[in-house]
Unconditional design. Structure first.
Lengths: 278, 285
């Protein structure tokens, strides 16, 4: 018997929506579950003190600082390189073999798993360059890891800048570099920032790569050459070794809230960019 | 003169991505290949004996483990990921897109350790109580990895769907097809290569994931025989043992990385070739 198309249409659309709602439900559940179990334990003391007896008691201040150092430094290193790459690809060259090679590099880099970055960072930065387990090793490793994201979002943002801006700028006698810095980058800034902000999020979430490069020292980091445990790694250790469930949930809550804020601001920046350019 | 210098500097910076890729490849291979040569590539890949202290390095169970959890993850990830992409591009009012799309992206932003943790706290006990086995299993890993790979699959499929010319959809509807007939006979077909690329990149994401899998897979060294058996993947083998390894053992972990690297590169190349073909086809149109 043939099922009438109108029935299949109904059933299929219903099924697709059900699966989508299931997906959104999973997301909501993850956030709600972590925050419900963790937020009550996120107190000012927890945020502002150092851990005691391996994290069974005390707070997570050194990990917050460590995470900010590693993520901040990673993006600080990666953003100029990534934006320069995007500017080169869009403003200084035509599509050809050269751009194909550069894109191939970025695409492959984007697919490499974080544990491979960790292995590489371990043997290259900590051992070969002698940086040891340190914030700097971790940041350099993550800088390479987030580079493809920054290149891609910057390139898209720069391409979205209308051609008329360029024509006017050239018409007024500007050089290419003046055009890039004063017109193109200025208009593309919110779009570029989206990529940068998302990269900060990715760096804060990362665990495998920082475990092998930044190490897991519990002390307060005073310089970038010291080892520092990030929040994500601290959460992993706390839950894996069953040191303290309340502290694990609280640490996870901080991570989740950070990621929520980061994604929201990335989204807000993107909307501003789209509103401005289109 | 200044313009020329800027041009050169930008060009050099633009090569940093490909340079980084080259250096990473060189270092991983330099550390890992000697031990593969020493053990013999056949033994390294097909032997099930992993006794690092006795100098026996066979990663067959880990290869099977990685493939098993990835296959399982794809069942869930592809179904959910494609459903989200179809809803986002075909059935969803514009206002809802502004809610669903960022939500799926947020799913990609949640740290993998959080996924692993929830797997341990919620999924593992459920599996243990209702399906049996230790709970830490291929099944638990597949579910966690499926959810983690879903955003990749959705976002790349959405791009592929959006690249299908509007006229295809309009033509199909004008011929009297329902929305669903249009979606699965016209749009899905036209976006096929993009969807394949999306699935392959999702596979790459699943096979490369480390921390979440360590937490829910159980990490035993046996080849799994059922969905409820614990497994160890290539990635978790590296992360679990790196901390205390030295000498040949450490090299063998880099060699595990080499095998993982090769698998990822093969997947990447397939995805790149497939999506490049799409671009060319699009240009011809």
């Amino acid at each position: 018997m043939r099922i009438p198309p109108a029935v299949t249409q109904r059933a299929a659309v219903g099924l697709m929506w059900a699966l989508t709602i299931l997906t959104l439900g999973v997301l909501l559940f993850i956030i709600a579950f972590i925050l419900a179990n963790g937020l009550p334990h996120v107190t000012w003391t927890f945020l502002s003190t150092s851990p005691e007896s391996m994290g069974r008691a005390g707070g997570v201040l050194p990990m917050i600082v460590g995470s900010l150092w590693v993520a901040g430094l990673a993006v600080l290193i990666s953003a100029p390189v990534g934006v320069a790459t995007a500017v080169y690809l869009t403003e200084y060259t035509r599509e050809g073999r050269l751009t194909a090679v550069i894109r191939f590099g970025a695409d492959c880099l984007a697919g490499i798993p974080s544990i491979i970055f960790g292995l590489f960072g371990f043997v290259f930065f900590t051992i070969t360059l002698g940086l040891g387990f340190s914030i700097l090793s971790g940041a350099l490793t993550l800088a390479i890891m987030v580079l493809p994201t920054i290149i891609r979002t910057s390139e898209e943002a720069i391409r979205a800048v209308p051609k008329s801006y360029r024509d006017v700028s050239y018409g007024l006698g500007s050089t290419r570099w003046q055009l890039v810095t004063r017109v193109v980058l200025r208009s593309a800034l919110p779009g570029i920032s989206t990529g940068v902000v998302l990269s900060v999020g990715r760096s804060i979430s990362e665990t495998a790569a920082v475990m092998l490069t930044a190490g897991s020292a519990l002390g307060f980091p005073h310089s970038v050459f010291q080892s520092s445990r990030t929040l994500a790694l601290h959460f992993y250790v706390l839950s894996r070794e069953g040191l303290s469930m309340p502290n694990a949930y609280a640490t996870a809550s901080i991570l989740i809230i950070a990621i929520l804020l980061i994604n929201l601001s990335a989204y807000a920046l993107m909307r501003r960019f789209v509103a401005k350019v289109v | 003169m200044k313009e020329k210098a800027i041009h050169v500097v930008l060009m050099l910076l633009a090569f940093s991505a490909i340079a980084a890729l080259a250096v990473i490849t060189a270092f991983i291979f330099k550390e890992g290949v000697p031990i593969i040569a020493k053990v013999g590539i056949k033994d390294f890949i097909f032997s099930s004996d992993w006794y690092p202290l006795e100098g026996q390095f066979g990663i067959f169970p880990m290869i099977v483990g990685s493939l098993a959890v990835t296959a399982g993850a794809m069942v869930l990830g592809v179904v959910l990921g494609l459903a989200c992409a179809v809803v986002l591009t075909q059935f969803c009012p514009q206002g809802m897109v502004a809610v669903i799309k960022p939500s799926v992206e947020l799913l990609a932003g949640i740290p993998s350790v959080v996924y692993g943790f929830l797997g341990v706290v919620i999924l593992v006990p459920l599996i243990r109580d209702y399906l049996g086995g230790p709970g830490l299993s291929v099944l638990a890993s597949s579910i966690v990895l499926g959810v983690m790979a879903l955003p990749t699959i959705t976002s790349i499929s959405v791009d592929a769907f959006q690249a299908v010319p509007r006229s295809y959809r309009e033509g199909s509807i004008a011929l009297g097809a329902t929305e669903w007939q249009t979606t699965h006979r016209v749009i899905l077909k036209a976006a096929r290569s993009g969807i394949v690329a999306a699935i392959i990149l999702g596979m790459g994401r699943a096979i490369g994931e480390t921390m979440a899998v360590i937490m829910v897979a159980g990490n035993t060294l046996d080849v799994p025989h059922s969905l409820l058996d614990p497994v160890r993947t290539l990635t978790s083998n590296i992360a679990l043992e790196m901390g205390y390894s030295a000498g040949d053992h450490r090299q063998a972990l880099f060699a595990t990385g080499v095998i993982l690297f090769v698998i990822i590169m093969i997947l990447n190349s397939i995805a790149l070739t497939v999506s490049r073909r799409r671009v060319r086809k699009g240009a011809a149109r």
